[in-house]
Design a protein around this ligand. Structure first.
Ligand code: NDP
Ligand code: KPL
Length: 338
């Protein structure tokens, strides 16, 4: 099975390196600093203490015609619009595209671009941080791959990714899984605006209160839509807002597992905002807002965060650096936007 990672950043490089460790036939479409990094050996580790060394990767050469059976699409949602041109030369008629983006619904862009191909979704629950040639999986969770409808293919996909560095399973109902993950990702914008590691952010109650309100709105929307969210973190999503609102002392005591993350972990949205890129705001918060509009549910916090992120992106473009929001300012600014 010839496989290719398209969009080799944090998630793609980690996933592809695990496939290489498993002996998979895998190449990478990479550019910039990641191309340079993948051309050298890498070390992979995880928060449980597993470690593996990976030799230099096989890079896909745009000058050679090469088609792949499986494409793991690991670009940000914001890059999907450019993927028709990138993927077309890599696909044969039976190639499968696996969309690994956060959020809900962005795979439709690929379904529209490639209506004759099978487009599957995967949910990536864990965080990856990079330091030089070292990729570290800093948090827990199993990769969830959408059921392809073909048991043999499902097994082949699982065996290509399963490793002590990466647990994975198949889901025959991925959309609720994506909504459950999206609930966790509603912290991404707060993290980006706070401009600090996730662990430090979670230690400040006003930041947690904003995240809790964003999550309450998602729970109202999924409740109204009749979507039953599966448990994708240590605590079921329905309890997370309550836990987040606890005073600091109680929170530290009861949310030990939530705080058991590498102190350097920052969300993917933090990386985008800090690199002056457009964030995935309309694919994450925007998915909540669109569903809420369909169902006539109020989601003022999710709308407000989109505005604040847009403002921060504009500031970043003009001044090369956006202003981090203190927890009190963030709460006040969110209320002001509502
Ligand atoms: N980071 C994390 O810990 C997690 C991320 N996710 C989700 O996974 C997805 C991927 O995120 P992440 O790995 O962080 O993203 P990254 O930005 O680290 O990686 C994406 C890579 O794709 C490259 N790329 C974009 N467009 C093209 C193109 N046209 N041709 C070739 N390469 C291209 C980017 O290059 P360039 O930078 O030059 O644009 C970048 O190297 C997102 O949806 C994210 O929300 C999910 C769980 C955790
Ligand atoms: C794992 C998590 C929730 C936080 O890092 C993430 O998905 C992201 O950074 O986008």
């Amino acid at each position: 099975m010839k496989q290719c990672i398209v969009g080799s950043g944090l998630i793609g490089s980690f996933l592809g390196s695990v496939i290489a460790l498993n002996g998979g036939d895998i190449k990478f479409v990479a550019r910039g600093e990641w191309l340079a990094r993948l051309q050298q050996p890498l070390t992979l580790t995880d928060y449980k203490g597993h470690k593996a060394n990976v030799p230099a990767a096989n890079i896909h050469s745009p000058n050679v015609t090469e088609k792949y059976d499986v494409i793991w699409l690991t670009v940000k949602c914001t890059a999907l619009k450019d993927m028709a041109n990138v993927l077309s030369p890599l696909l044969h008629p039976r190639s499968i595209i696996i969309c690994c983006q956060n959020g809900v619904g962005s795979h439709h862009i690929m379904l529209r671009a490639f209506p004759h191909h099978q487009v599957l979704r995967a949910m990536v629950p864990f965080n990856v941080v990079v330091q030089g040639q070292h990729l570290h999986k800093g948090s827990q969770g199993e990769l969830v791959i959408e059921d392809s409808g073909d048991k043999t293919l499902n097994q082949r996909l699982l065996s290509t990714v399963r490793h002590n560095l990466l647990e994975a399973h198949i889901s025959d109902d991925i959309e609720p899984v994506q909504w459950a993950k999206l609930q966790l990702n509603l912290g991404n914008g707060v993290n980006a605006l706070a401009d600090m590691p996730v662990k430090a952010m979670l230690q400040q109650r006003p930041y947690r209160r904003v995240i809790a309100s964003l999550m309450d709105e998602l729970l109202n929307v999924t409740g109204a839509a009749g979507i039953a969210l599966p448990k994708v973190a240590n605590i079921h999503g329905r309890w997370i807002p309550r836990v987040l609102r606890l005073p600091n002392g109680l929170f530290t005591l009861l949310a030990k597992q939530m705080l058991a993350i590498d102190p350097s972990v920052k969300t993917s949205m933090w990386w985008d905002l800090n690199n002056g890129k457009t964030t995935e705001k309309t694919f994450l918060y925007g998915a909540v807002v669109s569903k809420a509009e369909e169902l006539n549910v109020a989601v003022p916090y999710n709308r407000a965060i989109i505005s604040l992120l847009r403002e921060a992106e504009e500031q970043g473009n003009k001044q090369h650096r956006y202003r981090a929001l203190s927890p009190e300012t963030l709460e006040a600014r969110v209320r002001e936007q509502m």
